[in-house]
Design a binder for this molecule. Structure first.
Ligand code: SF4
Ligand code: SF4
Length: 68
């Protein structure tokens, strides 16, 4: 078992610019209703590329649930 990392978007900080959507190598992020970004936790591998490029610092990479 290991702790899986994944990105999490702070919706209050997100300005829906779409930068993270373009940079994610796994296409794990979508803009929901043109208002905020949402990460598909089943696709995200926690690489932090989105967090590093977000101009609003709205993305945090956290330790997610344990996976086998
Ligand atoms: S890069 Fe940041 S501000 Fe832009 S859509 Fe993604 S989370 Fe939101
Ligand atoms: S941490 Fe990496 S895999 Fe996860 S959403 Fe961000 S860019 Fe995509």
């Amino acid at each position: 078992m290991k702790i899986r990392k994944r990105a999490q978007v702070n919706r209050k900080e997100c300005v829906a610019c779409g930068t993270c959507v373009g940079i994610c190598p796994l296409s794990a992020i979508n803009i929901v209703a043109g208002v905020f970004a949402e990460v598909d936790k089943n696709k995200c591998v926690g690489c932090s590329k989105c967090a590093k490029t977000c101009p609003s610092s709205a993305i945090e990479v956290i330790s997610g649930e344990e996976v086998a």
